[in-house]
Design a protein around this ligand. Sequence first.
Ligand SMILES: Nc1nc2c(c(=O)[nH]1)N[C@H]1C(S)=C(S)[C@@H](COP(=O)(O)O)O[C@H]1N2
Ligand SMILES: [Mo]
Length: 188
Amino acid sequence: MAGWPVSHYGPVPRFRPERWDLKVFGATRQARPHSWSWDEVTALPRVGVVADLHCAQGTTSTGHEWFGIPAETILRLAPPAPGVTHVMAWAEYGYSANLRLSDFTAPTTLLATHRGGEPLTAEHGSPLRLVVPHLYGYKSPKWLRGIEYLTADRPGFWEERGYHLIGDVWAGRRYAYEDDGTAPLPRS
Ligand SMILES: Nc1nc2c(c(=O)[nH]1)N[C@H]1C(S)=C(S)[C@@H](COP(=O)(O)O)O[C@H]1N2
Ligand SMILES: [Mo]
């Protein structure tokens, strides 16, 4: 798609609906995992959010009309245990991104199925990707498959490699070393 660069690590997975599920696991209130089939996911109410996508490596693409399930809905359907402070969003092939619970439940955080009125393309995360507009792109996993509830923060894929644990666009924090001291320094 013109004006929308593709950026990710590793191959683009193939979507097989019959083998696909979305799992919520970790510290759930009922101490058991929840899972949804693709049909169940697409039966959930969806909303639109217009937002830009800021890659921490410099490219910004603007004005995406995302359409998807508010992340808050997932929290309501699969409530977290009282001590949950963060989530790890898991994608195909083990890609992951940690988020504060408050970033995950922000009103503009979506589990997106569409962009610009069309289903997501494979390169951009089909069938489902997380969109967290106020954080850098590495916090918006494409090919989303799971949400793990955490009772303590833990670095995800890029965060383990020196990227910032929170990744706030407006604070300009891309790397752990740009921090104010609330996150560990990158390992060398
Ligand atoms: N599964 C997965 N999701 C990912 C990535 C990745 O490597 N793997 N890269 C992230 C990064 S760094 C960015 S900037 C955005 C880019 O999204 P786009 O290719 O749709 O523009 O995807 C994010 N989601
Ligand atoms: Mo990125």
